[in-house]
Design a protein around this ligand. Structure first.
Ligand code: P6P
Length: 320
């Protein structure tokens, strides 16, 4: 039987046809970025770029390179008018296609601190339709749309296999890159998060600084669920394991990061979209991630993602 490729997306729901060329562009960028990652050490491309990004974090050389590759592939789709990237302070307008309909939000190389220990990293993206008229230049306000407005979202996982997990609003599919014919093929159709089993996944070294009673809440979850623990330190890897095995991934607010560490527009919303499409739940304190109205491009929020039962245990009010 012929393999199912990313072309499959064109047949999915109301938006599949319009989203397919953009998601194919993400696939091309993923293949290029994966090749760069595999050979980085031989080109001295590991390590810091010597600059800080808008987050005040040390930019890795590969962050910068991945951002450039991603932008080029979004330009080559011909359907993207602008990109909001973790690596760029301002919205990047694509001049050749300034009148196109869609904007893409992206964390081009998430978890890049794992690179020098050859750990898994990822790319996270979401796609929204512009609110401004196509006759004018897109504006950063076009990116400030809640997760309810997201048309498609997903992530690429650079692991032992190169995977793309994405949704256009009618469920979640996983594709794996098949190097024998150089394309992504459907390998995990209709991913649903298991309601039982899995792991809790959080950087517990911050537990004594957590706010919102999250220390007591997590202790109750651990006691009531008996979950094991896994933490990779790259959101895409921790999210993907949670999606496949079940459990919960969280990054609570703490005294150091009073609004949380993860970014709303290109980490929490795309991952929340995928999690809900897979039958799970995505919360930030007592609000659904997808209901939060963004106020700025690089805004951060606390994030709790996982199976409904585990999230409900975590957030039930009686933690002492
Ligand atoms: P910590 C990577 O820097 C990242 O943005 C996410 O990919 C990951 O979930 C989180 O930060 C890890 O943060 O504080 O545990 O190293």
């Amino acid at each position: 039987m012929a393999a199912v490729t990313l072309n499959n997306i064109a047949k999915q729901g109301k938006h599949g046809a319009a989203m397919m060329p953009i998601i194919q562009g993400v696939g091309r960028a993923a293949i290029e970025i994966a090749a760069v990652l595999r050979s980085a050490v031989f080109r001295g491309a590991l390590g810091q770029a010597g600059a800080e990004n808008v987050q005040g974090e040390q930019q890795q050389m590969l962050d910068v390179l991945s951002d450039e590759i991603f932008l080029d592939e979004m330009r080559s789709t011909g359907f993207v008018c602008a990109v909001g990237s973790e690596e760029q302070e301002e919205l990047l307008v694509i001049d050749e296609y300034v009148h196109s309909d869609y904007l893409v939000l992206v964390d081009p190389l998430d978890g890049s601190s794992n690179l020098d220990v050859d750990g898994p990293v990822g790319t996270i993206f979401s796609i929204v339709k512009r609110k401004t008229d196509n006759s004018i230049c897109p504006h950063v306000s076009d990116t400030l749309q809640s997760g309810q407005e997201v048309i498609a979202a997903g992530y690429v996982l650079y692991g032992p296999a190169l995977m793309m997990v994405c949704s256009v609003g009618v469920g979640v599919d996983g594709y794996t890159f098949n190097s024998s014919n150089a394309r992504f093929e459907l390998s995990h159709p209709n991913i649903r998060i298991p309601e039982s089993g899995g792991y809790y996944s959080v950087n517990e070294s911050n537990a004594d600084k957590w706010t919102d009673n999250m220390g007591a809440n997590l202790e109750r979850l651990k006691k009531e669920s008996g979950l094991g623990m896994r933490y990779v330190g790259a959101m895409v890897a921790d999210m993907h394991r949670t999606l496949i095995k079940g459990g919960i991934f969280l990054y609570p607010a703490d005294d150091k990061n009073p609004t949380g560490k993860l970014r709303l527009l290109y980490e929490a919303i795309p991952m929340g979209f995928i999690m809900e499409q897979a039958g799970g739940k995505a919360m930030s304190r007592d609000v659904a991630v997808l209901d939060i109205e963004p106020e700025s491009l690089h805004q951060r929020i606390p994030v709790y993602l996982g199976s409904k039962t585990k999230i409900n245990i975590l957030l039930s009010k009686n933690a002492k």
